[in-house]
Write a protein that binds this ligand. Structure first.
Ligand code: IMP
Length: 190
């Protein structure tokens, strides 16, 4: 059975495919190009908004909506659910540099990545949300991955998500959430 991932982000789709050998298709694959307004007040609300928008057009499919973000403790937990829109006039590299500049004299370098996922299939929904805790290095590290990966080192490790893709596959917010979602997909299919 095909599984629609409610995202256009090619990096996310690759991560899904690496984590589970399912028949994942993206919104681009199914020709869905309507804009989805993510005006929820939480990751879960936004993930649900994405799923509902797709469900209206593809009511028979299994759909997974994902909403994620990066939060810096010393920056009042910003950018959080606004991660995609944060400092939108800057490139991602400039955003990462800006965060490092804001934290120049800050000793509390704690940060999190959060991922909410919502699965919807034949009127049944399942929600999960996972967090990975870590710290922000003094300089960007690595060039793999996307977004804020170069400025996040998960607790218990010494490399950033952009330096060690295998590490990201093992402990990332998206990997943790997807494992729960896949367990539920298997439960529904058995
Ligand atoms: P969304 O879930 O597509 O709305 O993602 C929001 C934003 O959070 C992305 O555009 C990235 O900037 C950031 N983000 C989410 N997940 C990750 C990740 O795994 N690595 C780095 N940045 C991420």
């Amino acid at each position: 059975m095909r599984i629609i991932i409610a995202s256009h982000n090619p990096h996310k789709i690759v991560e899904f495919k690496e984590l589970y050998d399912g028949d994942f298709v993206s919104l681009s694959d199914i020709g869905f190009d309507e804009e989805i307004i993510e005006d929820g007040h939480s990751y879960l609300e936004n993930a649900e908004i994405k799923v509902k928008a797709i469900q209206e057009r593809f009511p028979d499919d299994l759909i997974i909506g994902d909403d994620s973000g990066f939060s810096v403790r010393a920056l009042n937990h910003e950018p959080g659910i606004y991660s995609a829109r944060y400092l939108s006039h800057l490139s991602q590299q400039q955003k990462n540099e800006k965060i490092l500049e804001l934290l120049k004299d800050v000793t509390d370098r704690r940060a999190t990545f959060t991922c909410a996922m919502v699965l919807s299939y034949q009127g049944h929904t399942f929600h999960t949300q996972e967090v990975v805790y870590g710290t922000i290095p003094l300089e960007p590290q690595g060039s793999d991955g996307f977004g804020y990966d170069p400025i996040f080192i998960p607790d218990g490790y010494e490399q950033s998500f952009a330096q060690n893709h295998e590490l990201k596959k093992k402990v990332s917010h998206r990997a943790l959430a997807l494992r729960k979602i896949i367990a539920h997909v298997q439960y529904l299919q058995d």
